[in-house]
Design a protein around this ligand. Structure first.
Ligand code: NAD
Length: 247
């Protein structure tokens, strides 16, 4: 059992909740973040009622001062953050559609959560990791960042590709300090709406014939956090059932 401390953003449901639970089951003490307090509470209750340790780290990832103060508070309650999983990435109310129908406000919404939001969290937690000589930064990204699709997600995909590129360089800045930095690019997960024809076509291109689960992602996070995972940094790893729509 590790005893290390992990922060998972957007961990009130779906993928983030699965990651938080996987980390807790492996012995990590978990700071659970979500915009929605009820969702946060559900994840914390699930972990604590199973013998794990979880506390709330309430903040909007796009608000740098709220991020910094909540991370400092969580570190006081648990210990300093060793692992950051930037999972929050679906902006509430973000519009999907062709680029030509979008507004600059839409661009800022996507870049705000997927790029700036992740950078806010990393900027607050990384100095402690570097100082202690061990850390993990794991970005939840998307297959959409590396393959072009006509499903109205160009803004989302661009913001995910941007953060992947940023992290590839960051990995070089902090590798010698024992901190690894990687992205997990997810294919279609089991909470995605498959009712629209474009999604049905995408699912037909998944060789394993099923959608991804939060536990699939939790397993990959644990491996990146493990000692054997320490040889991996600066990478984007594709978790997508072999989808022809991911690399
Ligand atoms: N679901 C998929 O098919 C899929 C595919 C590829 C990649 N992903 C990625 O996986 C991650 C999780 O996706 P999901 O489907 O589980 O999303 P979800 O919408 O089910 O859950 C995301 C959680 O993040 C929270 N959140 C939203 N904005 C926030 C903010 N500004 N600050 C803090 N919390 C915030 C929400 O309240 C929500 O509980 C995202 O980064 C997404 O881009 C998902």
């Amino acid at each position: 059992m590790t005893g290390r401390v992990a922060l998972v953003t957007g961990a009130g449901r779906s993928v983030g909740q699965g990651i938080a639970i996987a980390l807790a089951e492996a012995g990590y003490r978990v700071a659970v973040n979500d915009l929605d307090d009820q969702r946060t509470k559900q994840t914390i209750d699930l972990i604590n009622s199973s013998g794990g340790t979880a506390v709330s780290a309430p903040f909007d990832v796009t608000d740098p001062s709220a991020v910094a103060s909540a991370i400092a508070h969580a570190a006081g309650e648990l210990d300093p953050i060793d692992v950051v999983v930037n999972n929050a990435g679906i902006a509430e109310g973000a519009r999907r559609g062709p680029f030509l129908d979008s507004t600059p406000e839409d661009w800022h919404t996507q870049i705000g959560i997927n790029m700036i939001g992740s950078m806010n969290v990393i900027h607050a937690a990384l100095p402690g990791m570097v100082e202690r000589g061990w850390g993990r930064v794991i970005q939840i990204s998307s297959s959409a960042a590396s393959v072009g699709l006509n499903i109205g997600t160009s803004l989302y995909a661009g913001s995910k590709a941007g953060i992947e590129g940023f992290l590839r360089h960051l990995s070089h800045e902090v590798g010698a300090a024992g901190v690894t930095v990687n992205s997990l690019a997810l294919g279609l997960m089991n909470n995605v709406g498959t009712e629209i024809p474009a999604m049905k076509a995408l699912l037909a291109g998944v060789p394993v014939g099923r959608l991804g689960t939060p536990a699939d992602v939790g397993g990959a996070v644990l491996w990146l956090c493990s000692d054997p995972g320490s040889w991996v940094t600066g990478q984007t790893i594709h978790l997508n059932g072999g989808s022809v729509h991911g690399r």
